[in-house]
Design a protein around this ligand. Structure first.
Ligand code: NAD
Length: 273
């Protein structure tokens, strides 16, 4: 097979949850630019309208759907809508996720003061949201006998970060589930259903801005520590993820499954010494 067609995703129907967010809207646009059909799922109606404008801009074939990754019935309805219109689902990118101040320790709330509901919300959004979407969309892949599920873990799944135990634990669960599901799909459904994950490092986005920059836009102590611990000496940009996303979902990666790929400027590799 020529190398060029290894990377061809033009005929793929790609569903992206959390697709109105900073990272996944960049993925949606990149896939649209490559000629893929893009289905953007999110709970943020205004965000969906913005992504739609973005996809119009690159002349992509796309659909936006308002649905929550925490609601299996909404996800199943969304999957049915996609299959009714496009006939198949080739790729699911499980992008909905994030941390929240309610599950973060700070000067006024230590570990013992963390609210159980805040912890549960973060855990559910990242782990359950990935699990439920994999069920709803993966079932069509099982029927087709092929497909690719790409989860979004985090570099804090390898080594937990201070302050954010629920988010770190939930992303560790996403990485673990990526391996579990890769095996289950290959053994019990089809060897041509692959499951992988990306583990982004520190990208400056809305979910972590309050932790990394102060009100004047200067690095917080935590932001500075991160930069000091990142051999490439910068935060990442959403665009830094795109080539890895395209590589993992592309047909040429047919023998890559159960992999969690760090995209972190060397953060996870650096001992600090
Ligand atoms: P973001 O907040 O910009 O995007 C998240 C999107 O998920 C939002 O559009 C939000 O509306 C949507 N969402 C929230 N709850 C939802 C629900 N119940 N159902 C459907 N959609 C829902 O965040 P981001 O920085 O673009 O992060 C995207 C993914 O990357 C997340 O899984 C995040 O944990 C992960 N990640 C981010 C970083 C980073 O540095 N930004 C690093 C590692 C991993």
């Amino acid at each position: 097979m020529p190398v060029q067609s290894d990377f061809d995703v033009a005929d793929e129907v790609c569903v992206i949850t959390g697709g109105a967010g900073v990272l996944c809207s960049a993925m949606a646009r990149a896939l649209g630019e490559q000629g893929a059909t893009v289905v953007v799922i999110d709970i943020d109606e205004d965000g969906l309208a913005e992504v739609a404008a973005n996809l119009d801009d690159v002349d992509a074939e796309y659909m936006t759907l308002e649905a929550s990754v925490l609601d299996r019935a909404e996800l199943e309805a969304a999957a049915e809508t996609v299959v009714d219109k496009y006939g198949r689902i080739d790729v699911l990118i499980n992008g909905a996720g994030g941390n929240s101040p309610e599950a973060t320790t700070d000067e006024s709330t230590d570990f013992f003061g963390l609210d159980a509901a805040g912890v549960e919300n973060v855990f559910n959004l990242n782990f359950q949201g990935t699990f439920l979407a994999a069920q709803a969309f993966g079932e069509y892949m099982a029927e087709q006998g092929e497909g690719h599920i790409l989860n979004v873990s985090s570099m804090n799944a390898f080594t937990p970060l201070t302050k954010i135990p629920a988010y770190s634990g939930a992303k560790a669960a996403v990485s673990n589930f990526t391996e579990w599901l890769a095996v289950d799909m290959a053994q019990n459904h089809s060897p041509d259903i692959r499951v992988n994950a990306i583990a982004p490092g520190f990208l400056l986005t809305e979910q972590n801005r309050y932790l990394l920059l102060d009100d004047e836009g200067n690095l917080t102590d935590r932001g500075q520590q991160i930069i000091d611990h990142t051999p490439q000496d910068r935060f990442g940009d959403p665009e830094d993820l795109l080539s890895t996303v395209l590589w993992l979902i592309a047909p040429g990666s047919a023998f890559v499954t159960g992999a969690v790929i760090p995209i972190d400027g060397g953060f996870a590799a650096f001992s600090g010494v």
